[in-house]
Design a protein. Structure first.
Length: 84
């Protein structure tokens, strides 16, 4: 059951990260998927520095930071249209 909560928190973090990022991210579905992956990334990064998240708010903050970071990294590789 805990795994389901992580997915729900990741989806919420992806939605919030899409709202926080300039340009709105990559669309709702991709933002949600990146939010789930960002939750894993955030947990891993926080673990590297010795931080742990406790409770719903801590997990959401960790996932949100990971999702924003992941959206930013992916946006670096995003193909931009050439203005003529």
């Amino acid at each position: 059951m805990e795994f389901v909560w992580y997915i729900i928190i990741g989806i919420l973090a992806g939605f919030l990260a899409g709202k926080l990022m300039r340009g709105g991210g990559f669309g709702l579905l991709v933002n949600l998927l990146l939010g789930i992956a960002g939750g894993v990334l955030g947990g891993w990064l926080f673990g590297l520095f010795g931080f742990t998240s406790a409770g719903l708010a801590g997990n959401l903050l960790t996932s949100l930071i990971g999702a924003v970071l992941l959206l930013w990294i992916v946006s670096l590789f995003r193909r931009r249209p050439v203005n003529q």
